[in-house]
Design a binder for this molecule. Sequence first.
Ligand code: SAM
Length: 195
Amino acid sequence: MTHEHDWDQSYRDTDRMWSGEPNQALVAEVPRLRRGRALDVGCGEGADALWLSAHGWEVTALDPSLVAIERGQRAAEVADLLVEWVVGEIGSRTLPHDDFDLVSLFYVPLPKHSPAVDAVLSLVAPGGSLIVVHHAEFEPGHGHIDPASILTPADVAGRLDAGWRVRVHERRARSVSSGAGAHHRDDIVLVATRG
Ligand SMILES: C[S@@+](CC[C@H](N)C(=O)[O-])C[C@H]1O[C@@H](n2cnc3c(N)ncnc32)[C@H](O)[C@@H]1O
């Protein structure tokens, strides 16, 4: 277990936790990348996985919360989109593929020194890309997450060796209409390509 938060319970507490909109960095960056097979790590209710599928990607979506995954599955059925849904945590779950053209992590609260980062990096195929987005700031005492203890895009950037090319690593304003994360105003965005 890489965290103590009960994500299933959090999702059960509300009919819909997130905005249902695709991530702004995903929409901005993905058209520049080689299209193929994508893995969305910590997919939550699936908005990003659905957007990728609608834009021609073959998508695997992973999350430890069955409640969230079931919401994604229902949304995919309604939209008539194909996504391979997997319940589990990154690093402790064998995935149906190990050669993704894109691996995304949006606001996933992994521990700062998580060994799961090695798993994430190894899942990116040569020529494939990684996109990591997290909030630029957390209010002290907000929610269940200790901001100092979680993995940031900068931490991931620090784990990339010479075989990676960083394309983007910057702070960006964001605008999200609704949902539990709507109060966050800025993201840190990391996009890196392997090989
Ligand atoms: C803040 S939510 C973000 C959900 C989604 N990425 C989005 O942007 O709407 C974080 C998600 O990460 C998932 N998560 C937490 N620990 C994880 C882990 N070790 N591996 C994969 N997903 C994890 C949670 O279940 C939750 O759905």
